[in-house]
Design a binder for this molecule. Structure first.
Ligand code: PLP
Length: 399
């Protein structure tokens, strides 16, 4: 039997590597806490159950590939308010498409936007290092070369755009950027986003802004790719959205990762290609779930409640680690902590404290000290504040 050899690249999946690292270690404590996964542990908004139930008569319908007009309008209206876009700047019919979680969406976009060759060579999918694993998966499965751009503390945890060589820029098909970033929580300023958009247009690549953490912040709301695109102005095809897409999700914002609901918005040509790919080979969001998602994008109250809990979690982290290998980031919900040797500390915390964390090296590429994550652990502060504070106290005591 023959398998697609590109499937082998999936063995780098961080959770698989973590399971291997901790296999055979029996924690001394019975009260264990899992801080490895960015899965919000808060009660989901009750509207999900009631709206899904009210739309139960639609389970006998295949969902449209581009969602419903109501969903597209709710997403476009939310984007316009949140990122201060002029009313009607976004056409919901041409610029918004739902996806079944942004993980699937980011992957599909990688496939949809990656040509056979770029500048006469193998195309590149570029990403910061560390990164969210799906960007690399998209590159591997699309047959592109994954290029990892160092995003370390010395550079403010953002890749240096002016250090990318022109011949590499010419080969880039898709550039993924996450802001606020997973894992470091870095918020890319508008100037940075704008610079990336200018490069994308000059070198004809797609910039995919992964903004699934945009609603989890401690200070001012983070800027986004659409606001930057508007500031940059029209691109080579005359549209302000040329070469730009953004991804948003209800998983973090609305504490609903099980709903598998997000959307992609931006360049109408990319939205159309994406919808065609999903239509042939993807998972369009079911109608009752789209109805629930429409309700959630139209409400901010529940989002503020979760945000307040994350702020409290960060305050607990600051109490314990404020001056020890960490500075509170502006966004996201991860503690990205410099502990010297992330793998060794992950094993120790599991064995002696019953606390499961992700070694930073598994979120990045590179061997030994050349891996920008090797000194770090990532802890997801996704539990209610009391649970998080207790877990962090245990971590601090063991370091
Ligand atoms: C950076 C980043 N992007 C995308 C996702 C995918 O989220 P979802 O598919 O639940 O929308 C995650 C999930 O952890 C993430 O950390």
């Amino acid at each position: 039997m023959h398998l697609n050899p590109r499937i082998d690249s999936l063995s780098a999946y961080p959770f698989k590597r973590l399971a291997d690292l901790l296999a055979g270690i029996e924690p001394v404590r019975a009260d264990r806490v899992n801080l490895t996964i960015g899965e919000p542990q808060f009660a989901p908004p009750p509207a999900i159950a009631s709206v899904v139930s009210a739309h139960a008569h639609l389970w006998n319908k295949y969902p449209p590939n581009t969602g419903t007009p109501e969903f597209r309008a709710a997403a476009a209206s939310w984007l316009s308010k949140r990122f201060s876009l002029p009313i009607d700047a976004l056409d919901p019919e041409r610029s918004v498409v739902p996806c079944s979680g942004t993980r699937e969406g980011l992957f599909m976009l990688g496939l949809a936007a990656c040509p056979e060759a770029k500048a006469g060579k193998r195309p590149v999918i570029a990403m910061p290092n560390p990164f969210y694993h799906v960007y690399e998966t998209a590159a591997n499965i699309a047959g592109a070369e994954a290029v990892f751009l160092s995003a370390e503390a010395t550079g403010g945890f953002l890749p240096a755009l002016d250090a990318i060589k022109p011949d590499l820029l010419d080969r880039i098909a898709v550039f993924f950027l996450c802001s606020p970033a997973n894992p470091q929580g870095t918020i890319a300023p508008t100037d940075y986003l704008s610079e990336l958009i200018r490069l994308a247009r000059k070198h004809d690549f797609v910039v995919a802004f992964d903004e699934c953490y945009s609603e989890v912040y401690t200070g001012a709301p983070p800027p986004g790719g659409l606001g930057a695109a508007l500031a940059v102005g029209p691109g080579p095809r005359g549209g302000w959205l040329d070469n730009v897409v953004v991804f948003h999700s209800l998983s973090k914002r609305s504490s609903a990762p099980g709903l598998r609901s997000g959307f992609m918005a931006g360049d109408p040509e990319l939205v159309s290609a994406f919808a065609r790919l999903v239509g042939s080979a993807g998972v369009p969001t079911p109608l009752p779930l789209l109805a629930a998602a429409t309700a959630l994008w139209s409400d901010e109250e529940h989002v503020e409640t979760y945000r307040a809990a994350y702020r409290e979690n960060f305050r607990a982290a600051e109490r314990h680690f404020g001056s020890r290998g960490w500075r509170a980031p502006g966004g996201g919900f991860y503690l990205w902590l410099d502990v010297g040797d992330g793998e060794a500390v992950a094993q120790r915390l599991w064995r002696d404290g019953g606390i499961r964390v992700m070694p930073g090296a598994y979120m990045a590429r590179g061997t030994g000290a050349a891996n920008p994550g090797h000194r770090y652990i990532r802890a997801a502060l996704v539990h209610p504040p009391q649970v998080t504070a207790d877990a962090l106290a245990r971590v601090a005591a063991l370091l």
